[in-house]
Design a protein around this ligand. Structure first.
Ligand code: EPU
Length: 348
């Protein structure tokens, strides 16, 4: 059923592809040259359902590899979805256009398609690396918008039974960079499609950070203008993984209670923060910078000089070097602020 290919063999057909002893270099933006025992790529939900009974453990489903750090070779099977396609399903009766995308679509291609179609809702999520399926696992977010704000439902295949089902947004238990797919149902389902509610009369979200400033002087701002501004802001701050290996924000921003928040603010009145219900989200990048780590390195692993939340591979770094830097940074943040910060990146 699955045809065995050589890693460097390129074919355009849409049959399931299986590779042995496969290099994952092109599948992780940190640029780790690790291998897996077996790599399987499929093109439809039906193909995945057919694959499930013969799937040997351990296995790991990946997306674009933009949020992963492999600590060593993977002694199992890596699964990857090549399910493509973006289609308009119609309207939901509440002013939204429903759009369904295959899990293997590049996330930013979906954003570009939406913006070109005049549909709003995800323009603030422009240029986030990765694929559609992983974006629904991770609940990606940027500049005041999260994927959960527009996700209607997620089609999945159960990786133990092969059964296909659909989860609603509420079923996915979304919160900041979290979902049921990272917690209760970790490893159980593979996402095959995601359906979004976009808007032909978008309500632009311009209140985060310097977006409004970047658009200043414009009165008739469009989704395309917002996309352009976000792309410029990201390009100025975030390193291009094809030039310098990285996985975006390495840490999540910690959410602390009011007494911790007040204690820190007493010492650092200039601390940026966001209110989250009765708690406070503090930018970990700001804390890491305050600890003096911005632009510093340990061996070939560095803290990015324009955004301290991002750890970078300065060239040939091993995952041990990245982890050593991660632990050194965490220790200093804990010592200085009394706050634990946790990796956002999945360490495999
Ligand atoms: N800051 C510093 N020093 C730094 C970095 C940030 O002082 O080195 C301060 C900034 O000046 C600002 C605040 O911290 O006042 C927030 O910074 P920024 O807007 O850059 O956002 P962030 O909280 O550091 C989060 C996301 C990013 C996303 C941005 C913009 C997480 C883990 N990260 O970063 O997402 O692009 O907001 O919305 O929530 C990603 O997930 O990979 C990612 C890049």
């Amino acid at each position: 059923m699955a045809t065995l290919y050589n890693q460097h063999e390129r074919t355009m057909n849409n049959e399931i592809k299986r590779y042995k002893d496969y290099s994952l270099l092109a599948h992780n933006t940190f640029g780790m040259d690790v291998r897996c025992k077996c790599f399987i790529e499929y093109y439809s939900a039906q193909q995945l359902q057919l694959l499930v009974p013969s799937l040997s453990r351990p296995f790991l489903h990946i997306g674009g590899g933009s949020n992963l750090l492999f600590s060593s070779d993977y002694a199992g099977t890596i699964l990857h979805s090549a399910i493509k396609g973006i289609s308009r399903l119609g309207e939901d009766g509440e002013g939204h256009v429903l759009v369904k995308a295959g899990a293997g679509e590049i996330w930013d291609d979906l954003v570009a398609w939406a913006v070109d179609s005049g549909l709003g809702g995800i323009e603030n999520l422009s240029l986030i690396p990765g694929e559609v399926g992983a974006s629904a696992v991770q609940n990606i977010g940027a500049y005041g918008v999260e994927a959960k704000d527009v996700i209607v439902c997620v089609d999945v295949v159960d990786l133990s039974t092969g059964e296909a089902r659909q989860l609603t947004n509420a079923d996915c238990h979304y919160s900041y960079r979290q979902s049921i797919f990272k917690n209760e149902l970790k490893g159980r389902y593979a996402i095959t499609h995601v359906t979004y509610a976009l808007s032909a009369t978008p309500q632009l979200q311009l209140d985060y950070g310097n977006i409004r400033a970047a658009l200043s002087g414009r009165s008739d701002v469009t989704v395309a203008d917002v996309r352009r501004a976000i792309i410029d802001i990201r390009n100025a701050k975030l390193p291009d993984p094809s030039v310098m290996g990285n996985a975006g924000s390495f840490f999540m921003n910690p959410i602390v209670d009011s007494s911790t928040f007040e204690a820190i603010r007493g010492v650092y009145p200039d601390m940026p923060f966001y209110v989250v219900g009765d708690r406070y989200k503090i930018p970990a990048g700001w804390m890491i910078e305050k600890c003096g780590w911005k632009g510093k390195a340990l061996g070939r692993a560095g803290v990015h000089d324009k955004q301290a939340l991002v750890l970078v591979n300065l060239g040939g770094a091993t995952s041990e070097e990245i982890m050593r830097l991660c632990e050194a940074v965490r220790k200093d943040v804990k010592k200085t602020f009394g706050v634990d910060i946790h990796p956002e990146v999945n360490i495999i």
